[in-house]
Write a protein that binds this ligand. Structure first.
Ligand SMILES: NC(=O)c1ccc[n+]([C@@H]2O[C@H](COP(=O)([O-])OP(=O)(O)OC[C@H]3O[C@@H](n4cnc5c(N)ncnc54)[C@H](O)[C@@H]3O)[C@@H](O)[C@H]2O)c1
Length: 261
């Protein structure tokens, strides 16, 4: 399977290593990167335009770059008939972008694939939705320093937080748009479950945690769900859970597997 990447950061590096270790199954054809950072994190060329990326004839493009990349390239990739994996799911909280991308997916031969990322229980949420879900709430706790560079810096003295502190409370849409690098999990919960407005989200700076902790609860006709994950940070990016890259690898395994679970 020919895979093209967008991005050259922590997730791209791990996905490239996974593919590189399985050369009979996967071939990374190229990575689309920013002109300001053209380093390659694998043994493949980097390119700077979508036309060059699509010229490598990928079966699947994996976006692991950020919201701006989904906005810039998402619909065009689908419209070209190429399957697209979006890991920056928070970008899809932008209603205009969602309309554009979902329209492209529905009106092309390509599929938009959204990995679970660091969120536990995506299968249960999506299955439970078929019977009806009334309530979904996600509480995401990270060490205070993981919220550096976010709006929490303006509202809280992150360096001096000594007890678990809610730095944001609102809908999944508000969380995903205000915290683009830290609330993709909230968007994935909304997309798998009952949508961006009904999914409640709390973001917490907790000095007692060293991992990214996501607590998910859902109640509906299927019953009740309570799940928590203590996700290790990615080796190269503390804001990103290692699970984000692992969930893309699982998705790639599904693309090539005889048995899928
Ligand atoms: N779904 C999830 O659970 C989940 C979890 C973690 C991260 N994410 C998303 O994955 C993204 C990547 O994570 P990461 O840890 O690899 O980040 P990273 O910061 O290590 O790497 C991102 C890379 O993408 C490049 N980039 C940024 N914008 C680009 C663009 N428009 N075109 C091409 N390249 C671009 C940057 O130069 C950088 O090298 C995050 O920004 C976040 O949106 C999702």
């Amino acid at each position: 399977m020919k895979i093209a990447l967008i991005g050259n950061g922590a997730i791209a590096k791990l996905v490239a290593q996974f593919c590189g270790a399985r050369p009979t199954k996967y071939n990374v054809t190229a990575a689309l990167v920013l002109p300001t950072d053209v380093t390659s994190v694998g043994a493949y060329p980097v390119v700077q335009t979508l036309a060059e990326l699509l010229a490598t004839k990928p079966d699947l493009v994996v976006e692991c770059a950020g919201h701006s990349a989904v906005k810039a390239y998402g619909a065009a990739i689908l419209n070209a008939g190429v399957n697209l994996v979006v890991v920056s799911t928070g970008s899809l909280a932008d209603q205009t972008l969602w309309d554009e991308i979902s329209h492209a997916a529905e009106n092309s031969t390509a599929q938009l694939k959204l990995p679970a990322g660091a969120l536990p229980g995506v299968d249960s949420l999506a299955a439970g939705k078929l019977a009806g879900i009334e309530h979904v709430e996600l509480k995401s706790s990270k060490p205070p320093k993981a919220w550096a560079g976010t709006p929490a810096e303006k509202t809280h003295d992150l360096a001096n937080i000594t007890v678990p502190t809610v730095i944001f409370s609102g809908t999944a849409r508000e969380a995903a748009l205000a915290f683009p690098k830290n609330a993709n999990v909230a968007a994935t919960a909304a997309l798998a479950g009952i949508g961006f407005e009904k999914t409640k989200v709390s973001l917490i700076a907790d000095p007692s945690v060293t991992q990214n902790v996501h607590r998910l609860e859902a109640d509906g006709a299927f019953g009740s769900l309570r799940l928590e994950i203590y996700a290790n940070p990615s080796p190269d990016n503390p804001k990103t859970s290692h699970m984000a890259a692992l969930s893309i690898m699982r998705l790639l395994e599904h693309e090539a597997a005889a048995i899928v679970i």
